[in-house]
Structure formats: structure tokens, C-alpha cells
Ligand binder design. Structure first.
Ligand code: GLN
Length: 540
């Protein structure tokens, strides 16, 4: 629609956790609704090369793209809001920038020059920002700068933004700055000073924001907007309030009400078409906010103390719940707590059990017990990645009678390694980007629940694991009633198992949660929540 590609930079000030990712995704969604093709990129100021090696307790979930990049969980929001796939280029960290510059230096590409933050690091950042624009696929690129302005780590990014704004020229690049307007209850007042100071800090790096988005717990009165506009050099229409919302999926609507799309398009010199395509989004919100019933799903995992560690799973429940017109309550069950004596108590009253992905030994027996309880009590069951592996271990132990069956990841000495290291992984020692990653094609048996769910014989799903169901046990498992109904089209690796004698028992080696979107909920999650709904109705 437009030429050349326009750039929007989103920075944050005052504090972290202001919801920059949601604002970026919401803005992208409403620009998309106006007919523009948009993508979002996140630049993260930490030194890890990617978040794949980060502890989920600290950083939340690692999101995986179709092309196999291990990325920040904000990319999950981008895909869920926009329905457009992201890639390795959409998430860049300081570690990756430095690695790439240092590799170039080692190859002699700088011809003896002294390598410095400015210009070498900033040039690499600028290049990474423009890679997406250069594809020619997008009218607008939104680049979210992680961290908070004023932090040492953020400085090279802010400098790269300053240069890009200058290089690209007026109307081709704008900056949206997010800040917090706190409410002091004792004084009964909203305070603008923190935002003023963070804008000052941005300006001391030579960057003037064009738009301010102010996170607040109370509406911003006109006089506060006037003050912010005057002291931060932005026009009044460009002072946007971002109130705490009932759901993140309301934020695009809240931004529309305040004309953020119009202000942005004006600043970029682009037309704002009358037509706004948000029909499916609004239908989703309508169903989500008016459920006709509710179900409770136990999410059994070891990182449950940080809910962000299972972000995509929880969002998938929301999408599927809206599709099935039920509210999905999540019961967080720490797998380390699940014992034979208390499993019935911990899972009492749930309408479905999801055993989550994960790594390592802690809490593993609890996952196995939860899978057994769901299987024996005919409770809808979904196992994902490690969750599938433990479902297979459970079946091998309790149905095949191999009492020491295990995954070699957990017990290298087991005499029945039903889950074993993939052949391709046996020589891998390096961490980070070395698992079976990204989307792989899976062939689904026509005679299976998986086929009923997907309605397709060939599906593409995203993976992130090193271990697999050992082919040596397939025949025995199948003869005992656990069917392998989905396999990698090329290698034959088992991607889906199910137990047809159970009302709804599915376990998958891939991560369906990465593909669920607001406007296209994932069929496996819809099937699971629908089964939970039926289970709950039958209980009554
Ligand atoms: N730890 C298991 C593996 O590497 C499962 C990984 C996961 O659940 N993402 O195979």
C-alpha cells in the first residue's frame, strides 16, 4: 500500500512491565485493521544470544517461531494479535548483535578498524531493524526496544533509533514512548513528573518522542494531558492513556477509542482508510466476555510459580474457551507436589488435565501420576512435549508393566528407555538453538481422533525438544492400546499418541500452543476444551 516502509519505534520509561509488548501488538492490530501490512520486532538488551538458554522462572516462556528461532514471549503476543508469523529476524538480543559483530571482526571484515559501540554495534542494530523492511512484505515495521530508557544496556539501541530517525527522514520513522503516570492516593493526584523525566532522558540521547502512551490506573484528565503535551513537546492528541484493561485483548479497542491509529498514520503521512476490519476480533471478545459455562483445567508443571512460563498455553485456553463459549479456569498444580496419596485431592473436580512441557527431573513423577490419574478416571487429557513423553512413560509402566520405564533424559540407566535421545542429537553438546526446533510436517492417520480434530492428513507444528518416543516401543504400545497417530513425514518420529479407549486422551510431541491465535484458535485446544465442557456437563 505504501512505499517506502515506515518504522515505528516503541520505547519505555519510568519502569519495566508497562505492557510495551501489548501496546505494540495492539497498535499493529489496529493498523492491520485499517488495511496495512504490519510486523513487530523486539530488540532485547540482554547479552544472551537468544532466550533459549534462559530459565523460565526468570524470563517466562521461550516462544518458538516456524523457522525455529527461540524467542521472547512477546513474539507470541505479536502472532496471537496479528495472525501473522514472526521469524528469527523479529527478535534480536544484544548478545546476537555482539556475536555477529565479533564474528565479522574475526573474519577480518572490518579491515583493521577499531571496533566500537558506535558505529559498529549501532550499525548492526540498524541493519537488523531494516532487514524486515527490506523484505518488501510490510508497509509498517514496529520495533519494540526492550528495557527502560536510561539503562546502560539500552543506550546503543536508543542511539540506533536516533540515527535511523535521522537517516529515514520525517514521516518515515516515529517514536512512541511509554511511561507510567502514578496515582498518589494520599495526595489524590496523578503525577506527570516521572514521564517528564523519562522523556528528558530520551531527549538527552537526541530522541524526541512523537507520541506518549501513559500507563495509568485512572483516566487522565484534560489538564494532565495538556501538561504532558507541553512539557514533553508532543501534540495533545498524541498523549494517549493506557488504562489497566479487563483483558489484554481489549487494548486494541481502547487504543482505537483514543485514535492512536489516526495519530500514528498522520505522523507517518499515510492515509487512514475509513474501513476497519475487526469483525472476528469483536466476535471473539463478545464470546470471551459472555461465557455460557465454565470448566476447570489442571495445568501440571514445574514452573507454575511464574504463570508467564506457560503464557502461550494459557492464551490458547482463552482462545479455545471463547470458541467453546466457556470460561476456562486454570488450576495451577506444581508437579513436585503430586504424590499417589494426594493426586485425587489435587485434581478433584477438574474437567481436564494438561501436563506441561519442561526439562529435567524435578517434579517428573508428579507429571506421570497426573497423566495416570487422568487416563484411569477418563478425564480429558492433553500432554505437551515433556507431557507427552511422561504420558508414554506412564503407559509403559502401568500397562506394559515395565516398572522402571523412563526417559533417558531423566534416568540414563533405565532398562526400558521408552523416550530416548534423537539420533540427530547424540553428537550435540552445545546449548542454545541446538534442539529439534521449529515447524515440521506431521502425517496424521485418517483413522484417529487427531484427524477428526485437524480435518487434515498433513499438518505443520512447532517443536522444541531433544528426546523422542523410541521406535523400539511403538509396536508394544500400540498393541496395548496407545496409538501413534501422527508421525514426522520424513523421519517417522512419533508426534502424536492417543488412547482410543479413553474419551479424550491426546499427547503431542510438538507445541500446539505456539500456533493458537485470537482469530484462529488451535483445533487441539478447541477439541480439548470442548471435551472438558462435555465432561463437566456429564458430571452434573
Ligand atoms: N525435555 C524434553 C526434551 O528435550 C521435552 C522438552 C519440552 O517439553 N519442550 O525432549
Amino acid at each position: 500500500m505504501s512505499n517506502p516502509t515506515k518504522y515505528i519505534f516503541v520505547t519505555g520509561g519510568v519502569t519495566s512491565s508497562l505492557g510495551k509488548g501489548i501496546i505494540a501488538a495492539s497498535l499493529a492490530r489496529i493498523l492491520q485493521a485499517r488495511g496495512y501490512s504490519v510486523t513487530i520486532q523486539k530488540l532485547d538488551p540482554y547479552i544472551n544470544v537468544d532466550p533459549g538458554t534462559l530459565n523460565p522462572y526468570e524470563h517466562g516462556e521461550c516462544y518458538v517461531t516456524t523457522d525455529g528461532a527461540e524467542t521472547d514471549l512477546d513474539l507470541g503476543h505479536y502472532e496471537r494479535f496479528l495472525g501473522v508469523e514472526t521469524s528469527q529476524a523479529n527478535n534480536v538480543t544484544t548478545g546476537r548483535i555482539y556475536l555477529s559483530v565479533i564474528e565479522k571482526e574475526r573474519r577480518g571484515e572490518f579491515l583493521g578498524k577499531t571496533i566500537q559501540v558506535i558505529p559498529h554495534i549501532t550499525n548492526e542494530i540498524k541493519q537488523r531493524v531494516q532487514i524486515l523492511g527490506n523484505t518488501g512484505k510490510y508497509d509498517i515495521i514496529i520495533t519494540e526496544i526492550g528495557g527502560t530508557v536510561g539503562d546502560i544496556e539500552s543506550y546503543p539501541y536508543v542511539e540506533a533509533v536516533r540515527q535511523l530517525k535521522w537517516n529515514l527522514g520525517p514521516k518515515n520513522a516515529i517514536v512512541i514512548h511509554l511511561g507510567l503516570v502514578p496515582y498518589l492516593a494520599a495526595a489524590g493526584e496523578l503525577k506527570t513528573k516521572p514521564v517528564q523525566h523519562s522523556v528528558k532522558s530520551l531527549m538527552s540521547s537526541g530522541v524526541q518522542p512523537d507520541i506518549l502512551v501513559c500507563r495509568t490506573e485512572h483516566h487522565l484528565p484534560e489538564d494532565i494531558k495538556d501538561k504532558l503535551a507541553l512539557f514533553c513537546n508532543v501534540r495533545k492528541e498524541a498523549v494517549i492513556e493506557s488504562m489497566d484493561a479487563e483483558t489484554i485483548y481489549d487494548v486494541p479497542m481502547l487504543m482505537l477509542e483514543q485514535n492512536l491509529d489516526k495519530v500514528v498514520l498522520e505522523d507517518l503521512g499515510l492515509p487512514c482508510p475509513e474501513h476497519l476490519e475487526l469483525t472476528k476480533w469483536k466476535e471473539f471478545l463478545q464470546r470471551y466476555k459472555n461465557p455460557k459455562g465454565e470448566v476447570t483445567i489442571a495445568l501440571v508443571g514445574k514452573y507454575v510459580s511464574l504463570h508467564d512460563a506457560y503464557k502461550s498455553i494459557v492464551e490458547s485456553f482463552i482462545h479455545a474457551g471463547a470458541a467453546c463459549e466457556v470460561k476456562v479456569n486454570v488450576r495451577w498444580v506444581y508437579s513436585g507436589d503430586v504424590k499417589n496419596e494426594n493426586v485425587a485431592e489435587l485434581l478433584k473436580g477438574v474437567d481436564g488435565v494438561l501436563v506441561a512441557p519442561g526439562f529435567g527431573e524435578r517434579g517428573i513423577e508428579g507429571k506421570i501420576k497426573a497423566a495416570r490419574y487422568a487416563r484411569e478416571n477418563n478425564i480429558p487429557f492433553l500432554g505437551i512435549c515433556l507431557g507427552m513423553q511422561m504420558a508414554v512413560v506412564e503407559y509403559a509402566r502401568n500397562i506394559l508393566g515395565y516398572t522402571d520405564a523412563h526417559s533417558k533424559e531423566i534416568d540414563p540407566n533405565t532398562t526400558h528407555p521408552v523416550i530416548d535421545l534423537m539420533e540427530s542429537q547424540k553428537t550435540v553438546t552445545a546449548k542454545g538453538g541446538t534442539m529439534r526446533l521449529g515447524a515440521w510436517q506431521c502425517s496424521v492417520d485418517k483413522d484417529s481422533k487427531a484427524y477428526q480434530i485437524y480435518g487434515q492428513e498433513s499438518i505443520m507444528e512447532r517443536h522444541r525438544h531433544r528426546y523422542e518416543l523410541s521406535s523400539q516401543y511403538i509396536d508394544e504400545l500400540e498393541a496395548a492400546g496407545m496409538k501413534c497417530t501422527g508421525r514426522n513425514a520424513d523421519t517417522g518420529l512419533v508426534d502424536i499418541v492417543e488412547v482410543p479407549s479413553h474419551p479424550w486422551y491426546m499427547a503431542v510431541q510438538f507445541h500446539p500452543e505456539y500456533r493458537s491465535k485470537v482469530e484462529t484458535p488451535h483445533p487441539l485446544f478447541v477439541g480439548f476444551i470442548d471435551a472438558a465442557k462435555k465432561y463437566s456437563q456429564n458430571k452434573k
